[in-house]
Structures are given as C-alpha cells and as structure tokens.
Design a protein around this ligand. Sequence first.
Ligand SMILES: [Zn+2]
Length: 347
Amino acid sequence: MNSIRFISNALAKKHSNGRFHPESPQRIEMIENWVTTRLGDSISYEISDKMPEKEDILSVHTEDYYHLIEKTRNYEGHFYFDADTAANSYSYEAAMQAVQIGIQATFESTRNSSIFCLVRPPGHHATQHSPQGFCIFNNIAISSQIALHKKKYQRIAILDFDHHFGNGTAYINESNPNILYISTHADPRISYPGCGFSDEIGFGEGRGFNVPIPLGYRASEADLELCFETIINPIIEQFKPNFLALSAGFDAFERDPIGILGVSIEGFTYIGKAIKEITDDHQIPCAHFLEGGYNLNLLPELVSAYISPFINENDQMEGINPALQVKEETKTTIQSSKRVLSEYWSL
Ligand SMILES: [Zn+2]
C-alpha cells in the first residue's frame, strides 16, 4: 500500500504577506480542509511545530540574512522586504518550522510513503541573502544541502514544476554537481522572476546541473510531456539520483489568477504520474514541497490530482488529452536546451 503523509507547520496560517495577497493563509486552510476529509490508510495529516537549528539555515543562507528574518519577530504589522514579500511577527517561526518539515521529509520519505510538506512560506525564490517572490528560507535547498552533508544521499535531483523559475534554488546550487536542478516554468521574458533562460545551466563543476526549461504562453501538459521525454527523463537517467525532491507549485494551472500557463486539472495527474514513474524506475524515494498555486477554490483539486498516482489512484489513466497540441515555441526551447546541454548529457 502506498501512502502520502501531509505535514503542515503549526504557524502556516499565521504568517502573512499583507491583506489581499495571493500567497495567503487560506491556501493552507483549503488544502487542509480537503486532506482531513480524505484521511485513511493512504493519506495522513500531521501538524509540526519543531524548529531546525540555526546552523541548518546557515547551510544555505548568510548569517546577516538569518538575523534580518529573526528580527521581524519583534515587528508590529508587516515588514516589507520588497513590493511582494513581507513578514509579520509569526513569519520567522513559521519559516523555521517549514524548513524543519522539509528536512524531516527528506530524511523520512520512503519509496512507499512520501511526505508532502504542506507549508507556508514557500521557498524556491529565496536566495542565499534575500527573501523574494513570497519566499523566506529556501526549504528545498536547505534540506538537500543537509542531506548531502550528513551523507544521507550522494546525489539529489530537484524537479520544480511551479509556474515560476526557482531562481533561489538555482543560484544556491549553480556550482554543485551533486544537486541537479531541473525547472519547467513560464518564459522569463514575460514572467517573474525574469530569469531561467535555457542557457543558464550553472557554473564551474556545476555546469550542466542547472536545467531551466522555459515554456510559452498557455503551454499545457502536452508541452510538459515533451519536456519529460526529451530532456527531464534522459538527464535524470544519466544523473542517477538517490532522491527526488519536488518543488510542487500549482500555479501552472490554466485558471491560476497570476499564471500564464495552461496546465489542466488532469495535467497535474500527468505530472504526478511522470514523477512516480521516475521514482519507480530508479527505485528512489521522493518528497513534495509546496511552492505556489493561487486558485484558492481549485487548489485542493489540483493537489488531489497530483498525488493520486502516488497512492495508486488513476492507474488506468490513459495519455493526456489528444486535443492538446505541443506549441512550436516549446519545440524551439527544447532544441536550444539540447544544444546547450549536449556537452554534459547525451540528449
Ligand atoms: Zn510560482
């Protein structure tokens, strides 16, 4: 029996970016309401208030940055780091708890039972020294660093299917050949954070281990399928990871209020299935880190569609909707990715 353990941080619903912000506490509330109706052998739910050590944060972030975040505890109202990322007096502890759940997920997920970090704030835009894009600490980068450092794993693949390029995760790992970062995201020319072009493939020893795959307006699961077949699966096959960490964002959804991509609800089942196949082929565990996703009403349905292959639902799912066409722009992107990456991988 395969199962998923959802773990949420105790202060997930207390951290706030300000009124009317899309990255709101209601995101967790909506998913939590759904999870608690589905509890059973295949789905469990826990709340954790455990905190990591300060040193865990410093495995990725600078000490100045840690202190900047810690100080927001004493701030009344909202402390704005920039136009769209803020903290209130709960944010420091909420962000610490989110990191700890990420570490727990990386160490405790097994092949049959993966952990879904139902956490706020998200993490993939946070760099070594700056909060941005609604993110404070980079949950997935910290837990991957710690797992490598403690020799839990030797090679970790991070796959990021959030609508936005995880610039923080990419920069933190850009020289590290033991962490492979692959991201599918909206074209940076027309979408935040304005980077993640196909030639941003890392530096030094880590060159070739950052794999950004930008997608055009309204790209759907048909485009993602081509990305998996031509780039993602072959590179993971050659990298041979011991663990797969997922930056699970749901803002690539066709009706996301801030997104421009076109993935359907069934498209998220396709993504889950493609990832489950990777973990089965390589016989490795995986863990899921919640990043974006802002359609409040449909967010639970998207999470449900995505996790269904991990709990053996939708085994009968046939291919994706044949009416969906791969965009010409995606074919061009894949050609440029292949060109720049072929020095490092057989593609
Ligand atoms: Zn996003």
